[in-house]
Ligand binder design. Structure first.
Ligand SMILES: Cc1cc2nc3c(=O)[nH]c(=O)nc-3n(C[C@H](O)[C@H](O)[C@H](O)COP(=O)(O)O)c2cc1C
Ligand code: SF4
Ligand code: SF4
Length: 264
């Protein structure tokens, strides 16, 4: 029997967080169940095991990176214990690709029952026109309907597990450039970048990413977004490569996309 609702989110630059909190507010109005919301963005959250029971429904809000799930999710310590899960794969108006099903496989291998998933559009963190103004009022109406159906489904006596495709994943692209301190005069050594990096690869005292760790960087830009002085960024060459890539994406994905959700 469904007793507890959890929303866990990972949000490097705040777009996913906005949607996760909207979902929380809607659930507070729609149900009398206990609801817990947790920000699992920082690598410090990886110290804890996320453990649930079969009376729980865990709604996961995650960003899409290069049409796949953020690699850092592989570092989560998870104990599903037959808890139900619903995945919200949040994307910047390009495509969710394999993000949701890759995470569903990870959850299922940790004993969660994935009952469904959604694709939710938000402002793209690397292009100001992609997903501009999302989530908007129409999105909020969509969330209300979706959550109503998800909670009703999770409250049934018998629930099924959603069947995802089993074809090969879209190959994972690598970030073009790893952020660094681009203006050292501005760095006040506050440590925000080291604290927030989901992978914990920004060094504590030098605030650089060591060469050995560069290949782990997801390009999520959390370290840039949380820098209070704008000391961090991509170097000129990296910025130019990212801008060129994003311009190509914009050409094919500039029309506003719809949200979608699926239940087993
Ligand atoms: C490295 C990177 C790759 C991305 N890849 C995709 C993608 O394949 N499809 C898409 O629609 N959006 C993509 N986005 C946009 C993000 O999914 C979107 O901005 C996301 O919601 C960011 O969440 P945040 O604002 O909480 O960091 C990408 C963003 C980054 C930084
Ligand atoms: S170093 Fe890479 S993974 Fe870490 S916050 Fe910065 S962009 Fe994200
Ligand atoms: S967040 Fe910015 S100001 Fe703070 S240590 Fe990192 S680079 Fe320096």
């Amino acid at each position: 029997m469904l007793k507890n609702l959890y929303i866990n989110f990972i949000s490097p630059t705040g777009g996913v967080k906005k949607i996760a909190h909207l979902l929380f507010d809607i659930l507070e109005q729609q149900t009398h169940l206990s609801i817990n919301i947790k920000d699992i963005t920082s690598h410090k959250m990886r110290r804890y095991t996320l453990s649930y029971s079969q009376d729980d429904l865990v709604i996961w809000c995650i960003p899409t990176f290069f049409e796949r799930m953020p690699t850092v999710l592989n570092n989560l310590k998870l104990q599903g214990n037959a808890a139900m899960s619903f995945i919200c794969a949040i994307f910047g108006n390009r495509s969710v690709g394999d993000c949701a099903r890759e995470f569903a496989n990870l959850l299922q291998s940790n004993n969660f029952k994935v009952i469904g998933y959604s694709k939710l559009v938000c402002q793209h963190s690397q292009h100001e026109l992609l997903g501009k103004g999302r989530p908007n009022n129409t999105d909020i109406k969509f969330y209300k309907n979706m959550l109503n159906k998800v909670v009703a489904y999770a409250s049934l006596d018998k629930i099924k597990t959603y069947n995802f495709e089993t074809t090969a994943y879209i190959p994972r692209l690598k970030t073009f450039c790893v952020p660094s301190i681009i203006n050292s005069a501005l760095c006040n050594k506050c440590g925000m970048c080291a604290n927030i990096c989901p992978l914990g690869i920004v060094e504590k005292f030098s605030f650089i990413v060591k060469d050995d760790n560069k290949s782990k960087c997801m390009g999520c830009t959390a370290c840039i977004a949380h820098c209070p002085t704008c000391a961090r960024g991509f170097d000129e060459q990296g910025k130019a490569q990212i801008d060129a890539f994003m311009q190509d994406i914009y050409k094919t994905h500039h029309l506003a996309k719809d949200n979608e959700f699926y239940l087993a």
